[in-house]
Design a protein around this ligand. Structure first.
Ligand SMILES: [Fe+2]
Ligand SMILES: [Fe+2]
Length: 265
């Protein structure tokens, strides 16, 4: 059975402009990140929120596509049937999130396709090993979604926007469930295979690092996206794991600041 399709083959209309994970890393290294950065001082709070919202919208589409692939790609000889059911349930949630995101984009004055779509989430969802998919997508990227939704929810409060606040709050609740699924299946499927578990967790760290490269996430006053510790704990992350994500984020923020200084930006 075919388990991978190229991210370039995902069904999109002419409004969308796509960039791959590799192109994303090179954009960040070349400081070509203006389209999505939340911490740019050059743009106001509402514009930052709009850009972030568009990123969430395309992330929801890819989360739906990724969970759909995982439900379909593996037989019950490879994964427990209940894992497939969880992925099917996640598809339903993500489809609902896509609809919410379309309405929220409209509500915030952002057009579909206005900003670049990075396909990193879908690419992480194409790994040959389902446990790696669950670590890369459900734990790393949807863990990030927990941080983002929690921040967007607070932003909704700061902007006195109850529509944004409640939409983000609902989606946050679902994302906690999705991360929890990842934590559960990582634990159960690799119960007797510590090497596979360690390798999957390593993959999760790589994805976390790639998504910390912009230096936006962390726990310092300058961090545009704060780590949502309480919700991450609810989703099955240990304190040590959250500390490690904070360290990776701080590391990457420092590295980016040094690179900026070196080239005088
Ligand atoms: Fe979602
Ligand atoms: Fe999700």
């Amino acid at each position: 059975m075919r388990k991978n399709i190229d991210a370039g083959e995902l069904a999109r209309d002419s409004r969308f402009e796509r960039r791959s994970a590799v192109e994303r890393v090179s954009d960040i290294r070349n400081f070509n990140t203006e389209t999505r950065r939340m911490d740019s001082q050059a743009i106001d709070l509402e514009e930052r929120a709009r850009r972030q919202m568009h990123g969430i919208f395309v992330g929801e589409i890819q989360a739906l596509e990724g969970a759909g692939r995982t439900a379909f790609d593996f037989g019950t000889d490879e994964v427990p049937f209940e894992l497939k059911l969880d992925m099917a349930r996640q598809c339903w949630d993500e489809a609902r999130h896509c609809e919410i995101a379309v309405v929220l984009n409209e509500h915030m004055g952002c057009e579909i396709g206005e900003h670049t779509e990075f396909t990193t989430l879908f690419e992480a969802a194409c790994h040959d090993d389902p446990v790696f998919r669950l670590c890369g997508v459900n734990r790393a990227l949807e863990g990030l979604a927990i941080d983002v939704f929690s921040n967007m929810r607070d932003l909704g409060e700061d902007m006195a926007d109850p529509v944004m606040y409640f939409c983000e709050d609902w989606m946050l609740a679902d994302e906690v469930t999705h991360v929890k699924m990842g934590s559960r299946w990582l634990r159960e499927v690799t119960e007797d295979d510590p090497d596979r578990r360690a390798a999957a967790l390593e993959f999760q760290k790589i994805v976390d690092r790639v998504f910390s490269l912009g230096g936006q996430r962390g726990e310092t006053p300058e961090s545009a996206i704060k780590l949502a510790r309480q919700f991450r704990e609810m989703a099955g992350f240990t304190t040590d794991e959250i500390d490690e994500i904070a360290d990776i984020a701080a590391d990457e923020a420092k590295r980016l600041a040094e690179m900026r200084e070196a080239v005088g930006i």
